[in-house]
Write a protein that binds this ligand. Structure first.
Ligand code: UFG
Length: 329
């Protein structure tokens, strides 16, 4: 089966491309390389292009003739979305419409969508289930929620079109063989910032807010290893190919760690002490986000292999050390 992966040169996309390649799928990647890297592709052919370039996109779909599309290409930084919302509505919502238009035109009817826990906003109860309302508190979450609504309406209008939305919680970690991992030019994610501070790339790190209504006052998140998330994509794709119907799944471990917990674990794993400064809250951060992941375990038979924060941090730490050597970052 042929799978077109948008954003397949990026952090999560490249891990899913690896998993698809290992399962012998025929993969092509559509990526504008704005945050992805050519070296991150362990399998498949790269078609360089932007999702706003409809002609290029259609040419690639016409020539590759995918049986399914997996859509990762997106802007993902919560705080940036508050400052520059139109970037998020363009890159995440308009570009998804371009992609869906091209798919419908060329009769590609199977779709796996990268959604996010940010669609929930500040949930009434934790852990949050897929049936809880979507009430995003930042443009990033809103841009992804709009896509979920578009997918629902499109599949209602077109019974041939089937999709799965995977709502990612906080993705971290790297390939176990250390071939690929997170390599953003301007990393903002907690585990990456902490590791880059441990390795000396930053002189200190900051905790954004210690006055949240949580046990230690810092935000709580559900961290998931990127390879477990990749495996969820393979199961979702297989489910659709086997005739499964539209569905939405949380991707997390149902286990929450505070910012302070994460920093302590990073110090333990790396055996490095580093300076940590407590500063004001960052805009757009919900205090608490933890997944109820029983649905994906039950329906797709998802069985995570790396569901332990230290395993995630260890793999990301190996990757950061390799990155430093390779690129002398
Ligand atoms: N944080 C710090 N200091 C840092 C970086 C982050 O205190 O240097 C805090 C944040 O304020 C937040 C927590 O650590 O409370 C996690 O922040 P991240 O930037 O690592 O991740 P987010 O929770 O903001 O967002 C991530 C993804 C989104 C996804 C969301 C789902 O980037 O795409 O997880 O929970 F939607």
């Amino acid at each position: 089966m042929k799978i077109l992966v948008t954003g397949g040169a990026g952090y999560i996309g490249s891990h899913v491309v690896k998993a698809l390649g290992e399962k012998k799928y025929d993969v092509a990647v559509y990526d504008n390389l704005s945050s992805g890297n050519r070296w991150a592709l362990l399998y498949g052919e790269l078609f360089e292009g932007d999702l706003s370039d409809i002609k290029r996109l259609e040419t690639v779909i016409e020539s590759f003739k995918p049986h399914a599309v997996m859509h990762f290409a997106a802007s993902i930084v919560v705080n940036e979305s508050v400052i520059n919302p139109l970037k998020y509505y363009n890159n995440n919502t308009s570009n998804t419409i371009n992609l869906l238009n091209a798919m419908i035109k060329h009769k590609v009817n199977t779709f796996v969508f990268s959604s996010t826990a940010a669609v929930y906003g500040i949930p009434d109860k934790i852990p949050v289930t897929e049936d809880d309302p979507m009430l995003p508190i930042n443009p990033y979450g809103s841009s992804k929620m709009m896509n979920e609504i578009i997918l629902r309406d499109l599949s209602n209008a077109n019974s041939d079109f089937r999709y799965i939305s995977l709502r990612y919680f906080n993705v971290a970690g790297a390939d176990n063989e250390c071939r690929i991992g997170q390599a953003y030019k301007d990393p903002t994610h907690l585990i990456t910032r902490a590791l880059k501070t441990a390795i000396g790339q930053f002189s200190k790190m900051q905790i954004y807010g210690t006055d949240y209504n949580t046990p230690d006052g810092t935000c709580i998140r559900d961290y998931i290893h990127v390879d477990d998330l990749s495996n969820a994509h393979i199961l979702a794709l297989q489910y659709l190919f086997d005739g499964g119907q539209n569905n939405i799944f949380n991707c997390g471990y149902s286990c929450g760690y505070s910012v302070k917990d994460v920093i302590d674990r990073v110090k333990k794993v790396t055996k490095k002490d580093f300076s940590v400064e407590e500063v004001l809250r960052r805009q757009g951060d919900p205090p608490l986000l933890v997944a109820d992941s029983s649905k994906i375990r039950r329906v797709l038979g998802w069985n995570p292999q790396f569901d332990e924060l230290e395993i995630i941090i260890e793999s990301a730490w190996r990757w950061e050390q390799k990155l430093k050597k390779l690129f002398n970052e």
